[in-house]
Design a protein around this ligand. Structure first.
Ligand SMILES: [Zn+2]
Length: 270
């Protein structure tokens, strides 16, 4: 599924094509995705200019003076800017038609994505409880250490909690814990401050690297300019259960933690 780096790649790819453009109208080919498509797409958005394209966690916000279109790619969604005459394919659920005759087209075979609305000056409920952005200064080892005291949940589960920090999915959690040398099974409340500082640095480094590579995780991810956004990533732990540890060459252990597949080195990660 699109992880934070893919969503950031999508944002950066779309923004220059959308900022300053006016939406003439929306074309809904179905009424719902994960939830009903917000009525504002048809009744508020037409005539509005897109002032900015922002990302919060894995949500994209298309800001106008009348509010923001709030979209999520779900498991399989993609957004592309296309010539208006581009034939519609299966699963092309929603178009925003732009004043330069191009369209912003949302395709989502599995329909776990969403198209909602955030009123001006408000924060949508889905965004209200989110933790800090991992690449912001608000996210650091001190914050992880403070929030984790007394927590018995595995540190991997803690790190993937969107109230603690957003956008650290299963792949990036596994990789960051490997880089920081922390066993994913360790109780969050029993990781030292110094180790949380290493973990926060690892999260930032891995996500920044993935963003620089244009997103790395989804085989059929399509970047907004139509180029495939999937690059074979040099993963150390994720997906490598039983393979040799890149550091010590012992076989990596694979087990479920919090119902998510996890891979780690029982020798290098304590
Ligand atoms: Zn090892």
């Amino acid at each position: 599924m699109p992880e934070l780096p893919e969503v950031e790649t999508t944002r950066a790819g779309l923004a220059p094509h959308l900022i300053g453009r006016r939406v003439t109208h929306a074309v809904l080919r179905r009424a719902d995705l994960r939830w009903p498509i917000a009525s504002e797409f048809e009744v508020v958005l037409p005539g509005c200019s897109i002032l900015d394209v922002r990302r919060r966690a894995k949500y994209l916000l298309f800001d106008t003076h009348a509010g923001s279109a709030l979209m999520h790619l779900g498991m399989s969604g993609s957004l592309r800017v296309l010539p208006g005459a581009t034939p519609v394919r299966a699963h092309d659920h929603l178009d925003l038609v732009l004043d330069d005759s191009r369209v912003l087209r949302f395709n989502d075979p599995r329909r776990f994505g969403c198209a909602l609305w955030q009123a001006p000056g408000t924060t949508h409920d889905l965004l209200a409880t989110l933790g800090p952005e991992p690449l912001s200064e608000a996210f650091d080892g001190a914050q992880l250490f403070a929030r984790s005291r007394g927590r018995s949940a595995p540190v991997k589960t803690f790190l993937m909690d969107q109230r603690v920090v957003v956008g650290v999915g299963n792949i990036y959690a596994a990789e960051a814990l490997f880089m920081a040398g922390i066993a994913p099974t360790r109780a969050a409340g029993r990781v030292s401050r110094a180790r949380y500082e290493r973990l926060a640095d690892a999260v930032k480094a891995i996500l920044a690297h993935a963003i620089a590579r244009g997103g790395t995780t989804l085989r059929d991810f399509i970047s907004p300019d139509g180029a495939p956004g999937y690059f074979e990533q040099e993963l150390s732990a994720y997906g490598r259960g039983g393979a040799p540890c890149p550091r010590c060459a012992r076989p990596l252990k694979q087990a479920a933690i919090g119902q998510r597949t996890s891979v780690w080195c029982t020798h290098c990660q304590r």
